[in-house]
Design a protein around this ligand. Structure first.
Ligand code: 5AD
Ligand code: FES
Length: 371
């Protein structure tokens, strides 16, 4: 009975809020059925290709104070670092040589002009060092339209800026309510990125304190309404040096957060078949096979961390982050990275799109319908 309903829903293209809530909240055997059937449907209709992005978290200096984040400016325990441009360019060369289609540059948020200029130069250097062949995604927070434009012109073509929660009230429970953390501003930034011409990605955390299943269903509708090209979303993982840690006893158990995160990915795949969905690293912090499971049920992007290792452990947005130990899966200098990732992707029943940028089809469909 329930499974008949699920089978019918998988064939649908439009979903009501109630239907989304139903899918996101599934548990037990019904959930297993939903994930399995969605995975099958997905591969039959959209193919098996998975794309790689080499992730470089080049600095954890941050001017903001999000209540959930381990690198927030008030966390005096965080060991701050900023990797030299030469080393970043080296990581980009590594990604290029190992046939990653593309690179993601991420850091804490800064608004000074020195930072903006540095990024512009850095983007040019990376383009030059990789023959213009490596795609570049950046994730550097809220910036002015001019800065977004400058970076776009210097070679970045995708941008990730998570809304974190599309519920404004919840947003202000997880961020300070001040001029530096403004919901409308963040929303405007996402729209500005689209206007400038970036393939634009956003996302949310799943299992935040005070968050309901309905909030999550509305997050999915928000992505659709904004016509977003890429989504990265993963479970919230409490960090002991952050204000949200005080609610740790009110959170869903980690396993539930993980399960709901996979349900969200599978449901979003039905709602927006042609977007790029990342298998978030936070999934792997809960389950060693977390990212592979995400690939099986709807994600098509994986982002191996290629941050030079010396500082890897300092980019701790949340605790128990995978691959932060010395000697653990270190992808930055690991000659086996391709083998390791091949195996992981194949275990998920998928195939690697080698040397392809793996742009979001949604972006091109969106451009096309505009004309
Ligand atoms: N748990 C899970 N994800 C987190 N992020 C930041 N802190 C946490 C946390 N404690 C996510 C945010 C941010 C992205 C870079 O990492 O969604 O946008
Ligand atoms: Fe750095 Fe949120 S704490 S952007």
């Amino acid at each position: 009975m329930v499974q008949d309903r699920i089978s019918r829903l998988i064939q649908q293209k439009e979903f009501s809020l109630e239907e989304l809530c139903f899918l996101i909240a599934l548990e037990g055997a019904d959930r297993d059925f939903f994930l399995r059937e969605t995975g099958k449907h997905y591969i039959q209709t959209l193919g098996k290709k998975v794309y790689f992005r080499g992730l470089v978290e080049f600095s954890n200096y941050c001017t903001k104070d999000c209540y959930y984040c381990g690198i927030r400016k008030s966390n005096s325990q965080a060991e701050r670092y900023d990797i030299d441009d030469e080393q970043i360019v080296e990581a980009a060369r590594f990604a290029h040589q190992h046939n990653y289609g593309s690179l993601v540059l991420q850091s804490g948020e800064r608004h000074d002009t020195q930072f903006a200029k540095r990024i512009t130069q850095l983007l040019r250097k990376i383009k030059e060092a990789t023959n213009g062949e490596l795609g570049i995604t950046i994730s550097l927070g809220e910036q002015s339209e001019d800065t977004y434009r400058e970076w776009f012109n210097a070679g970045a073509h995708r941008y990730l800026l998570r809304i974190e929660s599309s519920n404004k009230e919840l947003y202000y429970k997880i961020h300070p309510e001040d001029e530096n953390h403004n919901f409308e501003l963040r929303l405007n930034c996402i729209q500005t990125l689209q206007k400038v011409g970036y393939q634009t990605g956003t996302g949310v955390m799943i299992g935040l304190p005070f968050q309901s299943i309905e909030d999550l269903a509305r997050d999915l509708l928000f992505f659709k309404e904004l016509n977003i090209d890429m989504v990265g979303m993963g479970p919230f993982i409490e960090h002991s040096n952050t204000p949200l840690y005080q609610y740790k006893n009110q959170l869903w158990p980690l396993q539930r957060r993980f399960d709901v995160a996979l349900n969200m990915i599978a449901t979003l795949r039905l709602l927006m078949p042609d977007i790029n969905i990342a298998a978030a690293t936070a999934l792997q912090a809960i389950d060693p096979m977390g990212r592979e499971k995400a690939l099986r049920y709807g994600a098509n992007i994986i982002m191996p961390n290629i941050t030079p290792t010396l500082h890897r452990k300092d980019y701790t947005l949340y605790e128990n982050k995978p691959c932060t130990d010395e000697g653990a899966d270190d992808c930055s200098n690991c000659m086996n990275v391709r083998v390791c990732m091949n195996v992981r992707v194949e275990m998920a029943g998928r195939e690697i799109g080698l040397n392809e940028w793996g742009d979001s089809n949604h972006f091109f469909n969106r451009q096309h319908t505009k004309q």
